[in-house]
Design a protein around this ligand. Structure first.
Ligand code: RFL
Ligand code: PHB
Length: 391
């Protein structure tokens, strides 16, 4: 072994979950080392989620991460639901007294990395060949090669697996101890980022017989739009002209028109619901996408990563400062309660808004959307879930 070190928490993965965990632990005097297989510039450029629940914004502000969020984030008090050529505005403030913020995950990650730099947080970027060892003992450790190829070992009291859906942490829990519940959807999203001012004040979720479309944004100059496409669709099948034409059809509404502009990013996102349990095995704990995935329709993925980490940071604080394991013992069930609410809501929004090949299902979903668009009570329930259940 070329380099050997010891820390309190070894954090595998520098996505929003891992970086926020390191940040919250630092603030309560707990030391961690973050290990990430991608480069810093890759992590800072990755385009992903865009919506922060009120509770996530409160967490980031309380953790001293609110400066740029307060200046550049955009508060949204509702969404539009569209069905064919009917469009209704849902008022979240009226429904539940809360709102959401448009502030890209990319920006949250940049803020977290800047704070880590300022505090001298150790993050080893571009590691390879990492493996977790002895996670069910009191002496777990991680081995890997650093960016120069040197062999490294980090010993820790706890390993936090925040390495996303394709990481190594979840598989480090023996298969016999793991249960997975999942649902694949027969469609995917084609997402684009476009250099054009959003043509709407709030996000538009549109169900059209041609398929679902979502109008979102990243700033006053940049729009983020999505189209329902068949699962496994290739991005090459979609020229910019075809995308704008399809978006115009799916958002068609009484004289309203899209703003088009240069497409600066284009990708296909698979859609799945996936829940792996337990989120703790010995001294390995999972948080964020390493343990669960939701389809993006409810905008919950990033927010769940944040709420897991809040619960986990509290539990680790009690463990390290008061030798109290009660919160770490209850972490899997505390996180699961919130997770299953978000899993149901994401599934519900997804099926209601997407067009299915099955005629019976389509009629049910269209009926559900008509009901929500016409009922203040149904809208209040959607608002309560969308803006996020209280912690
Ligand atoms: P992340 O963000 O996937 O971060 C995991 C980090 O771990 C690293 N990693 C490893 N590091 C070390 N060793 C290994 N063996 C490793 N394997 C992986 C990865 O490089 C990465 O840096 O998980 P985290 O932190 O839990 O955060 C969760 C959110 O990222 C996620 O829930 C959302 O972004 C989901 N999601 C979206 N959600 C939305 O609400 N709206 C969206 O528009 C949206 N777009 C997306 C998305 C997820 C995507 N992925 C994961 C395919 C678009 C994409 C492409
Ligand atoms: C986004 O802006 O990327 C976004 C917004 C709302 C969603 C999903 C993605 O439901």
């Amino acid at each position: 072994m070329d380099n050997r070190s010891r820390t309190q928490v070894a954090i595998v993965g520098a996505g929003p979950a891992g970086l926020l965990l390191a940040h919250l632990l630092r603030r309560s005097g707990i030391e961690s080392v973050v290990l990430e297989n991608r480069s810093r510039s890759y992590a800072e450029a990755r385009i992903r989620a865009g919506i922060l629940e009120q509770g996530s914004v409160d967490v980031l502000r309380a953790a001293g991460l609110g400066d740029r969020l307060n200046r550049e984030g955009m508060r949204h008090g509702g969404i539009y639901l569209q069905h064919g050529e009917r469009r209704t505005h849902l008022d979240f403030e009226a429904g539940c007294g809360r709102s959401v913020w448009v502030y890209g995950q990319t920006e949250v990650v940049k803020d977290l990395i800047a704070a880590a730099d300022a505090d001298g947080q150790r993050i080893d970027w571009e590691i390879s060949g990492d493996a977790l060892h002895d996670v069910d003992t009191d002496a777990p450790y991680v081995t890997y090669r650093d960016s120069d190829g040197a062999s490294c070992r980090v010993d820790a009291a706890v390993i936090a697996g925040t390495d996303g859906f394709h990481g190594i942490s979840r598989p480090a829990i023996p298969e016999a101890r793991r249960s997975v519940l999942e649902k694949e959807y027969p469609y995917a999203w084609l997402g684009i980022l476009a250099e054009t001012a959003p043509a709407t004040d709030d996000l538009i979720y549109s169900r059209n017989k041609r398929g679902f479309a979502l109008y979102s944004m990243r700033s006053r100059e940049v729009s983020r739009l999505y189209l329902q496409v068949p699962a496994g669709e290739k991005v090459d099948a979609w020229s910019d002209d075809r995308i704008w034409d399809e978006l115009a059809r799916r958002f068609a509404y009484d004289g309203w028109s899209l703003n088009t502009g240069p497409v600066i990013d284009k990708s296909v996102l698979p859609m799945r619901s996936f829940v792996s349990a337990p989120m703790r095995h010995g001294n390995l704990v999972l948080a964020g996408d390493s343990a669960h995935i939701v389809p993006p329709t409810g905008a919950k993925g990033l927010n769940l990563a944040i709420s897991d980490v809040v619960l986990l940071a509290r539990a680790l604080h009690a463990k390290f400062t008061a030798n109290d394991d009660r919160l770490i013992d209850s972490y899997p069930s505390d996180a699961a309660a919130r997770l299953w609410r978000a899993t149901h809501f994401s599934y519900w929004m997804t099926t209601m808004m997407h067009v299915s090949d099955d005629a019976f299902t389509n009629e049910l979903q269209a009926s559900q959307l008509r009901y929500v668009m016409g009922s203040e009570i149904a809208q209040a329930s959607l608002a309560e879930n969308y803006t996020g259940m209280p912690y």
